[in-house]
Design a protein around this ligand. Sequence first.
Ligand SMILES: C[S@@+](CC[C@H](N)C(=O)[O-])C[C@H]1O[C@@H](n2cnc3c(N)ncnc32)[C@H](O)[C@@H]1O
Length: 361
Amino acid sequence: MDAQVLTLVQEITDQLLRQSLSLRYDICTCPECKDSMLKLAINGLLGLNLPLADTTPEKVKETYARDINRLVIHAIDRVSDRPPHPVHEDKKKEFKRLMQRIYAERGLDLRNYHTELLKRRIALRLQKNDVPSYAEYIKFLGRKPQEYDKLFETLCINVSEFLRDPPVWVTIQYLFENLIRIKQQTGDPRIHVWSAGCACGEEPYSIALMLKEALRSVQASLSVQITATDIDKACLLAAKKAVYAKDSVKNIDTKLLARYFELTEGKFAVKEELKRMVNVDYVDLTSGNFPKDTDLIVCRNVFIYFNRDLQRQLLVKFHSSLKVGGYLIMGKSESLWIEPGFFENIDSNARIFRKLSTHER
Ligand SMILES: C[S@@+](CC[C@H](N)C(=O)[O-])C[C@H]1O[C@@H](n2cnc3c(N)ncnc32)[C@H](O)[C@@H]1O
């Protein structure tokens, strides 16, 4: 291989390796390990048919980035499984100890969360606080308990917005109109909706707004109760306050914005008539008591955190929380990991499911 090209490829590999290791607190990244990883990746590259001397760095990157990336990932896995030195710290054990500490101190049971997602998010806190390992982070949490709040904020990724995925809300509007008609036919005066994992309230107030509009369009009056729950206490406070930045409400059309929000100092405050419909409460989906007799559960973009076992347990509990014929709405990219017979698929695009009763199975 041409020496100039080899140097180039080595530089690119080194750069990629450093990037890939920048948030890896779950493995040893000492200079000795890094060096072994680099050597292993370069050895893999020698087996590739690399280009001639006149190739530019851009061309090498463009042509070989994918191969180099693959070899770097492989080298990281290999070396971290069998480090070239005695193991100083058992990262798996320390990670487990950190999970146990969080549970003991704050009652948050992360055992059934996706481990890779947790590691990525926790790495951000380690980096931010300049803490080199899980063991040190456990000590740091002991010294600075206020770090728990920051950690939970990072873990919970509570991004949301009003009418998130707008086309889905068009379908939800039909569903609401349908629900109202059923209520009128059966003489049931009340609708109970649960927004599970409600972040800062954008979802439950979207539900309130759409339900109000649906009630207007079919000229019905029903008592509406929306239970909004989350595990993030800062979010729950914000949900009770119900004041939002312009970006959060960008999916709401101007007529509805004027009808249901007050503009104060550049922020959008939800009007009392919607606020009255929503009860904000703390519920940990991994262990808490669930609301009963719900007509609809909206649990969007929350299941992504949980492994399949927990997802299945949750779906069984959601099934019990719903009234017969009640609906469940999940996030756009989420799947229903449960055996047939619990729910039927109503709309695959909007991820809407209907509870099946025992005799419908
Ligand atoms: C990405 S947000 C989704 C917000 C909203 N449902 C939406 O789709 O826009 C996920 C929410 O799930 C909450 N969450 C995570 N784990 C939870 C748990 N064990 N119990 C309750 N809520 C949880 C987070 O705090 C966060 O507010």
